[in-house]
Design a binder for this molecule. Structure first.
Ligand code: PMP
Ligand code: GLU
Length: 402
């Protein structure tokens, strides 16, 4: 082998680039060239981190929280997370069951790498966030998708879940509120899924609850609150979305003790504890006033109403009304086969997303990145003005197809 040429491992060669981050990068590049791009691609709150949280980080620096932290995170932060789980979710966890990582992304990847052996199957209801399938591949597991379309409000049924289970199924990954669809499972719907999982004690349940607080239904049920599966459920959560802290990179898993220990061993070898300063900020987020969370949620709900009303007026877009997160996931199959003004035929939702970027200067993400070709994802975590301008531009661009 000649390593002056390409000699990436098979593991990394087989990975897809994160489409959400790639599209966002593309839109930033266009903007740097002077193009007025409206970025509805990456999903992150557009709010600044609340001041009391920023102040805690400044204090942490002044107080010299600048050394390595314990691998699973400062005890004070893990206590704050345990208190949050009790206060908001009625769940009892010891700090030892919590491992803080560099964002919910690492927390999730830690859990997958700690549980999955080559060939183990992981059930992923789709549409699903871009990284689930890739993380499972990284662990040499086999992702098995379970489909739900817009006609199902993007929620799988107990029957579909049961049909996908095989003797090799080791894990199911459930995200509610969902990225990329914004769908939220009700307690009753979760109970339906749990009743199936109760029959399969060999399946670990991973609940990605990162959008817990961006939920317009007024109620949230954690999967860990069902006694049938509580001892094999892992919660993934963090501060990125609820507290507008995406850049701080703090997330966690709350898991059975044996798994938390495994996750901590893994993290100890490849990243150590997360940023000491960001951990102190996260602690302030959990222990401090929570009004900021509700305020941001109200803003997202208002924007949801705006984006749904504008998108519903675009002929050919099939739109539902998401109950949480900050994404709209319209079906765009009506435009497949149509011709652009310069004579190209749109053959896939990827072509449509690229056409919208080129023609409307609005960055959106192709649904195929979420295992759902035929859709596009719009993140409406931006100002009302941007949402309105973006939707008018998209409407004009789509109206220009023949
Ligand atoms: N899960 C889902 C469903 C997400 O959308 C995100 C954000 N990209 C994450 C996990 C990771 O969040 P974090 O920024 O905390 O790593
Ligand atoms: N949650 C965001 C998204 O889906 C962040 C980008 C990422 O990590 O994928 O766009």
């Amino acid at each position: 082998m000649d390593c002056t040429n390409q000699c990436l491992s098979d593991r990394v060669s087989a990975l897809a680039v994160s489409a959400t981050l790639a599209m966002s990068q593309k839109s930033q590049e266009l903007r740097a060239q002077g193009v007025d791009v409206i970025n509805l691609s990456v999903g992150e709150p557009d709010f600044n981190t609340p001041d009391h949280i920023k102040q805690a980080a400044v204090r942490a620096i002044d107080q010299n929280y600048t050394f390595y932290s314990p691998v699973p995170g400062y005890m004070s932060l893990r206590e704050a997370i345990a208190a949050k789980l009790l206060r908001e979710n009625g769940l009892t966890y010891s700090p030892q069951q919590i491992v803080v990582g560099n964002g919910a992304k690492q927390a999730l990847c830690n859990v997958i790498l700690s549980l999955i052996n080559p060939g183990d199957e992981v059930l992923i209801p789709v549409p699903a966030w871009v990284s689930y399938v890739e993380m499972v591949k990284l662990a040499q597991g086999t992702p098995v998708t379970v489909h739900a379309g817009i006609e199902d409000n993007f929620k799988i049924t107990p029957e579909r879940l049961r049909r996908a289970i095989t003797p090799r199924t080791r894990m199911v990954l459930i995200c509610s509120p969902s990225n990329p669809t914004g769908s939220v499972y009700t307690r009753q719907e979760l109970q339906g899924l749990v009743s199936v999982l109760a029959d399969y004690p060999g399946i670990m349940v991973v609940a990605d609850e990162i959008y817990e607080h961006i939920n317009f239904t007024g109620s949230f049920t954690s999967l860990a609150s069902f006694p049938e599966i509580a001892d094999r459920t892992v919660i993934i959560n963090g501060v990125s979305k609820a507290y507008a802290m995406t850049g701080w990179r703090i997330g966690y898993c709350a898991a059975p003790l044996w798994l938390a220990k495994g996750v901590s061993k893994l993290q100890g070898q490849y990243t150590s504890g997360a940023s000491s300063i960001a951990q102190k900020a996260a602690e302030a987020a959990y222990n401090g006033p929570q009004e900021c969370v509700q305020e941001m949620c109200r803003a997202f709900q208002r924007r949801r109403d705006l984006v749904v009303s504008l998108a519903s007026q675009i002929p050919g877009l099939t739109v539902n009304r998401p109950d949480g997160a900050f994404y709209l996931f319209p079906q765009v199959t009506a435009y497949i086969g149509r011709k652009t003004p310069d004579g190209q035929t749109l053959q896939t939702s990827a072509d449509i997303a690229m056409y919208i970027l080129r023609q409307a200067h609005v960055a959106v993400v192709d649904g195929a990145a979420f295992c759902a070709p035929g859709y596009i994802r719009l993140s409406y975590a931006t100002s009302d003005d941007n949402i309105t301008r973006a939707m008018h531009r998209i409407a004009d661009a789509l109206a220009g197809l023949s």
